[in-house]
Design a protein around this ligand. Structure first.
Ligand code: FAD
Ligand code: NAI
Length: 465
């Protein structure tokens, strides 16, 4: 008889949520994690530490540059070790919280690297080299992802860092080159710019944040440029050299032209992430990753019976909440229930200032699919709460089906839009029309009124602008 109903490989948002849900449903479950703490990329070196530094650096920026607008005169002094200590403390509390939830839900945390050793068998190698084997009815692969490398740019975590290194620099760089104008580059570039670094973002494409609604991406680029971030778009990186105190990056225009050398104190390489599917023993059960290294699934089932996969190691957006939702649905299916993820309603957020938040289709996607849509848009400059708070940059844009009025996509840039987007996620989950939001009473004065006014704009009856 199998020792476990479920063995989960990986203790990140995918893995720990799967393990906890399995425990809640009365399944006998183990979670194998090779890192010393639970929580995966997200809690240890991703979402949480980055948001801690984004919050702290925003407070520093507000104190130094914007408090005076409200009649408060202060001269802030940066204490970087204390800022890092606050981040570490938040991470520590949250990873311990997962440990507590494991105990509460009777999840066995097996420390070590897990490898599938055949159907229903997971071999675990502990840090001291000891090997044990877990027998199980189901294996859930939740091994996550890691930073993608770039030929010619060797990450040493000293002068050339990836996101993990950029979350723990021991000094504020005088200058920082960020390779990749994606989510990590813009969030961590913002952190160090706010703390005093001169930041240049080098991007291969002619635009920032590919995949983000174009109008919104342009507004974000304008806002970040106004804050002092320099952009080199359409630039191809050809190599990087680090010396003891400096780095040199060679770039050339993608469209052709003279190569040039940029120098800085540090380089942050952030050109995407790749799945961690190697070394999992997939071959022992006949699972072959796709050509980009992802484990393909059909409703979380891999091609091998009893082997499931969720989160960043599978295709789709590499987001913690996507991994969490897949975890719950996968375990519910294993438990004989009807697990489901609505991939049309997975929000995404960029935690810069202003923030960017979106759910559903972009205008570009709707045009490409030939869908007739209507647009309602509302600027934060006309929102009373944003105005009194001095945060009037940005807008909310609602895209609705021209015939049915069903909401197809929502794109926001502005203050705290990471919180505002959830209203539209609920609306879309319930297949709402834009009029449903437009006719829902919202509290005044709040930024959420901008969300409602944008919905009113779809039928042309916006009141406040
Ligand atoms: P992971 O979190 O990567 O967890 C996988 C775990 O499996 C790891 O702990 C790893 O050690 C373990 N593992 C791997 N192989 C084995 C093995 N063989 N045996 C045992 N253990 C193994 N997403 C958001 O939604 N919002 C954000 O704000 C956000 N910010 C981010 C900021 C940064 C800097 C980064 C890098 C990422 C961010 N992400 C964010 C993405 C988010 O972290 C990931 O989408 C999420 O962590 C994926 O969860 P996962 O469980 O699939 O994988
Ligand atoms: P990304 O995919 O968001 O952006 C990578 C950028 O690098 C793109 O603009 C791409 O065009 C560019 N690029 C690729 N190759 C290049 C090259 N050779 N030279 C210059 N530019 C190049 O990837 P990123 O920022 O590394 O983040 C990885 C993932 O982590 C994200 O896609 C997201 O899923 C997750 N994440 C989510 C966050 C959030 O939800 N707020 C925060 C941080 C990360």
């Amino acid at each position: 008889m199998a020792e476990y109903d479920v063995v989960v490989i990986g203790g990140g948002p995918g893995g720990y949520n799967a393990a906890i849900r399995a425990g809640q449903l009365g399944l006998k479950v183990a979670c194998v994690e090779k890192r010393a703490t639970l929580g995966g990329t997200c809690l240890n070196v991703g979402c949480i530490p980055s948001k801690a530094l984004l919050h702290a650096s925003e407070l520093y920026e507000l104190a130094g540059k914007h408090f005076a607008d409200f009649g408060i005169e202060v001269t802030p002094k940066l204490n970087l070790p204390n800022m890092m200590a606050q981040k570490a403390s938040a991470v520590g509390q949250l990873t311990k919280g997962i440990e507590f939830l494991f105990k509460k839900n009777k999840v066995d945390w097996v420390k070590g690297a897990g490898k599938i050793a055949g159907p229903g068998r997971v071999e675990v190698t502990a840090e001291d080299g000891a090997v044990s084997v877990l027998e199980t009815r189901n294996i859930v692969i939740a091994a996550g992802s890691e930073p993608a490398p770039l030929a010619g740019v060797a990450v040493d975590q000293q002068r050339i860092v990836d996101s993990t290194g950029a979350l723990s620099l021991s000094e504020v760089p005088r200058s920082l080159i960020v390779i990749g104008a994606g989510v990590i580059g813009l969030e961590l570039g913002s952190v160090w710019r706010r703390l005093g670094a001169e930041v240049t973002v080098v991007e291969f494409l002619p635009r920032i944040t590919p995949g983000v609604d174009e109008e919104t991406a342009k507004a974000l680029q304008r806002a970040l440029a106004k804050q002092g971030i320099a952009f080199r778009l359409g630039a191809k990186v050809t190599g990087a050299k680090a010396s003891a105190k400096q780095v040199a990056l060679t770039v050339e225009p993608v469209a052709g032209g003279e190569p040039e050398t940029l120098t800085a104190d540090y380089i942050l390489l952030a050109i995407g992430r790749r799945p961690c599917a190697a070394g999992l023993g997939l071959e022992s059960v006949g699972v072959v990753p796709d050509k980009r290294g992802f484990v393909e699934t059909d409703h979380f089932r891999t091609s091998a019976p009893g082997v499931w996969a969720i989160g960043d190691v599978t295709p789709g957006p590499m987001l913690a909440h996507k991994a969490e939702d897949e975890a719950v649905a996968c375990i519910e299916i294993i438990a004989g229930k009807a697990g489901h993820v609505n991939y049309d309603v997975i929000p995404s957020v960029i935690y810069t200032a202003p923030e960017v938040a979106a759910v559903g289709k972009t205008e570009e996607e709707l045009k490409a699919a030939g869908v007739a849509y209507k647009v309602g848009k509302f600027p934060f400059a006309a929102n009373s709460r944003a105005k009194v708070n001095g945060e009037a940059d940005g807008f909310v844009k609602v895209l609705a089906d021209a015939k049915t009025d069903r909401i197809l996509g929502v794109h926001m840039i502005g203050p705290d839009v990471s919180e505002l987007i959830a209203e539209y996620c609920v609306a879309m989950e319930f297949a709402a029309a834009s009029e449903d939001v437009a006719r829902t009473c919202h509290p005044h004065p709040t930024r959420s009124e901008a969300s409602r006014q944008a919905a009113m704009g779809v039928e042309g009856w916006t009141m406040q602008a």
